[in-house]
Design a binder for this molecule. Structure first.
Ligand code: SER
Length: 872
């Protein structure tokens, strides 16, 4: 079976058993502070498990793109070294939300594996949770019994909390799990040692294939397990491993999911996979990482310096430097793999083709800039080695290379080895640990548990229609971050818009009699709307008036609607390739990032502004469609964004031709935007441009400031045109510079004449040693004057004007140099020795500088001896 057939069989199997098939959620997670990337199939259903919202379907199945490179589940360092871990992988999963439980989940998993996929039952082992005293959890006897009715009891193995109690992260839904492991060893090996000894023992041939989690608990912020109101099933099967088993390969990388990537690498490097362990590891690392990086970028996460972007950058760099170190790939190469990846996975994940130009550009730019950093780092390394008399690279240097130039320790070690040197690994580790500690402290957020005040009820967001409403506080928690304390509040009806879809969160107040709670921001944690405040009054009981800061909200709405008009105008005037890549809607301005490969010209900008302002003047009324089916929105040709997760019911915001899926808040008609003005257009990454613009009050302020500036300028220039004034000034400066130059020449020639009167006369030549009050370059200019005089002269001029250094120039007349075979460059090196100087030049003119001023007399004597020596 091909990988495509294997995937399909899974989905069809569960569809036939009443499961609704959903697409994979984006790899990049928004709205969940506990996660950066999707790390399990169940992430997108977290709210269903927790009971925050009800799942529209009791049974779901899909294949989910997952990335395990940060947080609780992190396999990054393992990837490539073995043959069955991945950064990005597909997880096949089936879910039950308060519907079927252990019996069906187990029976179906077994049926699918053994009957449909035909895996011999005697190669399979299953596990169940043995209980945990500390957590006060009993053994999962139910699962054990179910399995014992299906398989030989010797194949049913008890497992501890680490292996058999699955948790999404530090907090979140969790529960006991039952894993299915497969023994891929040869008959001979298997007859020697039964596979159950190798389950969960790190064997590369007895590996976990499918995990069936029985979600029953929620791990809260203080680490306690709370019982959930319902029981659910969450299963996850490693697709790449399944394909490896069914295609009968020794490694995931030999399956049709990876083999053509490896073949492409063989072509690019002229090396063969399977001959040298180092080459194999590097090829596996790259074949794996190109998938992770491409999918992350296609889902909207460009490499960057912070958070999720930094993770993508690190993965990409890991691939590049494995290629660099072990495959001799010194030029960018990753994008050659992209078409191959599209062939393998493009059908299931159309975003790969759709986002092709962005992904290729972004990878190209990132790779080139990293290779440049690497080469700077290598120079830095070489300079260090040159100066370092010992055979050890210090921990500081290894750390600097790691921190500034992205060199992992093993690369530095490799380069050291090539020079017969070693690295102070301990010193490096110490510095690394210190850095980790620092960033841990910075990142540490302590989130208290929710304290319930009123019974939980369905939370209602009313902020599309009203900006104040009476409400009750349902729960609150205390949060500390970097020594600051604040509070999170949840209220039952809220007009406060939570930060999302680019729009900032609302600010405002909760008011009760004389008491006021100042809401400084509103955010969303999954579907929960959280109001943030610095202080809480003693009692939170009773009814509060929730009141949004109206002016701020109106400014924000103007900018949000204007952002839609900008998106529309760009697509109309520049082209439909102009896809939104990021957006910030703030009360003071809007920022819009989009896909486009050239700078917008000034006339483009004017046209965009004109078109948008025309729409504003037409005062087009808002048409809002709340809760319409996604399919209907698509029929309306509303724009949806890449990397966004949409539910089946969506909201569409329309202003005439501009139609977008959007959850933000908007003006009632475009006229309320007032006016729109672009204030900046720039590039933020390869192929991604940014427009910043202002509307309404801020736009008026912007025009007023411009007007005031130009009025000021007109008064200052007495009504003259500034461009003309600048032109005139430029001409004046030019002519003055010329004059200064002439004066300088005169002055120099005067000084030269003075100096020549001080020369010491010998038989066939004259010499001169003089201190001058000039800088290094002026000293040199002075010697050009000597040259004009055409005298048999040798001159040493020096200056102590620079507080750090003595600057020295040595001039030797050309005929004289030839006649006595003098080389000024050699001489100067000797002359500046006493002042620990360095320098050089040509036979007739050389320059140097040294720092040991106290030895000036010695230097002068040395010069004198040399000058005198010529006549002997
Ligand atoms: N959540 C479980 C896992 O990721 C099963 O899907 O292993």
């Amino acid at each position: 079976m091909t990988s495509k057939e294997i995937r399909k069989k899974f989905l069809v199997f569960f569809e036939e058993r009443g499961h609704h098939i959903v697409p994979s959620a984006p790899l990049v997670v928004k709205n969940d502070p506990t996660l950066m990337f999707t790390n399990a199939g169940m992430n997108q259903f977290k709210d269903y498990f927790l009971g925050n919202i009800k799942s529209p379907y009791p049974r779901i199945a899909n294949t989910q793109k997952c990335l395990r490179v940060s947080g609780k589940h992190n396999d990054l360092e393992q990837v490539g070294l073995d043959t069955y871990h991945h950064t990005m992988f597909e997880m096949l999963g089936n879910w039950s939300f308060a519907d079927y439980f252990k019996q069906e989940a187990i029976a179906w998993a077994w049926e699918l594996l053994t009957k449909e996929y035909g895996i011999p039952p005697d190669r399979l082992y299953v596990t169940y949770f043995q209980g945990d005293r500390e957590e006060n959890l009993l053994p999962d006897e139910e699962t054990k019994k179910i399995w014992e009715n299906i398989v030989d009891p010797t194949r049913v193995i008890a497992g501890n909390k680490k292996d058999n109690f699955w948790e999404m992260g530090e907090t979140g839904p969790c529960g006991p799990c039952s894993e299915i492991h497969v023994d891929l060893r040869s008959e001979v090996e298997r007859s020697k040692l039964p596979g159950h000894f190798l389950v969960n023992a790190g064997s590369p041939e007895v590996i976990e294939l499918w995990n069936l989690v029985f979600i029953q608990y929620h791990r809260n912020a203080s680490g306690q397990l709370e019982m959930l109101p319902d029981r659910h099933v969450d299963t996850g099967m490693g697709f790449e491993r399944l394909v490896r088993i069914l295609q009968n390969k020794n490694s995931n990388y030999e399956t049709d999911l990876f083999s053509s990537l490896i073949e492409r690498l063989e072509e690019l490097t002229d090396l063969k996979y399977g001959k040298d362990e180092k080459v194999d590891i590097a090829m596996r690392v790259i074949a794996d990482h190109i998938r992770a990086v491409s999918f992350a970028i296609a889902d909207g996460q460009l490499p960057s310096n912070v958070k999720a972007g930094y993770v993508v950058r690190r993965i990409l760099r890991r691939a590049v430097r494995y290629g660099y170190s072990f495959l001799n790939l010194k030029e960018p190469f990753l994008t050659y793999l992209y078409p191959v990846l599209c062939r393998i996975m493009g059908e299931q994940f159309p975003e790969l083709e759709q986002q092709k130009s962005l992904v290729v550009k972004a990878i190209e730019e990132e790779e080139a800039s990293f290779l440049q950093t690497l080469s700077h780092g290598i120079k830095r390394f070489e300079m260090y080695v040159e100066k370092n008399p010992t055979k050890i690279i210090s921990g500081e240097t290894a750390f600097e290379l790691y921190d500034t130039y992205g060199f992992p320790l093993d690369l530095t070690q490799l380069m050291a080895k090539e020079r017969d040197m070693t690295v102070d690994v301990e010193g490096f580790q110490q510095l690394l640990e210190q850095q980790k500690q620092r960033s841990r402290q910075d990142a540490e957020v302590h989130m208290g548990d929710w304290i319930e005040l009123n019974p939980p009820s369905e939370i209602e967001f009313v902020g599309y229609d009203v900006l104040e409403i009476e409400t009750k506080i349902i729960k609150y928690r205390k949060v500390t971050h970097k020594g600051k304390t604040f509070y999170h509040l949840v209220i039952d009806r809220t007009p406060f818009y939570p930060e999302g879809g680019g729009q900032v969160g609302d600010e405002g107040w909760l008011i009760q009699d004389q008491r006021v709670i100042h809401v400084t921001n509103t955010i969303k944690e999954n579907e929960l709307i959280i109001h943030i405040t610095d202080n809480l009054p003693e009692s939170l009981d009773g009814v509060w008036l929730a009141k949004v800061d109206v002016e701020r909200r109106w400014d924000t709405m103007r900018n949000h609607s204007a952002t839609h008009l900008l998106h529309w105008a760009l697509r109309k005037l520049i082209g439909t390739h102009v896809e939104q890549k990021g957006s910030l809607v703030h009360p003071d301005y809007l920022r819009f990032d989009f896909l486009h490969f050239q700078k917008l010209s000034p006339s483009d900008i004017i046209h965009i502004e004109e078109l948008i302002n025309e729409q504003i003047r037409k005062n087009i009324p808002l048409q809002e469609y709340r809760k319409i089916p996604f399919s209907r929105a698509m029929e309306m040709q509303a724009i949806a964004l890449f990397g966004e997760k949409y539910s089946d019911e969506v909201r569409v915001i329309q202003f005439d031709e501009s139609k977008e899926l959007c959850g933000g808040t908007h003006v009632r008609a475009t006229g309320e935007i007032g006016v729109f003005k672009i204030v900046e257009e720039s590039a933020i990454a390869a192929g991604v441009r940014r427009i910043e613009a202002v509307t309404g009050r801020k736009a008026l302020q912007y025009f007023q400031q411009l007007h005031n500036k130009s009025t000021e300028l007109r008064v200052f220039l007495k009504g003259k045109d500034p461009v003309q004034v600048i032109d005139e000034l430029k001409a004046t400066i030019l002519s003055m510079e010329k004059q200064i130059q002439q004066f300088k020449q005169k002055e120099l020639s005067h000084q030269a004449k003075m100096l020549l009167s001080k020369t010491v006369h010998k038989n066939s030549y004259v010499y001169l040693i003089e201190k001058m009050d000039l800088n290094g370059n002026e000293l040199k200019d002075l010697t050009y004057q000597f040259k004009r005089e055409n005298l048999p002269l040798m001159a040493l001029l020096y200056s102590t004007q620079d507080p750090e250094k003595v600057h020295v120039v040595l001039y030797v007349d050309e005929t004289l140099a030839k006649k006595y075979n003098i080389n000024a460059s050699n001489w100067i090196k000797e002359i500046v020795q006493p002042i620990q100087g360095k320098g050089g030049g040509q036979t007739t003119l050389a320059m140097a500088a040294g720092s040991k001023k106290e030895n000036l007399t010695l230097m002068i004597e040395k010069a004198k001896t040399l000058f005198e020596s010529v006549s002997k």
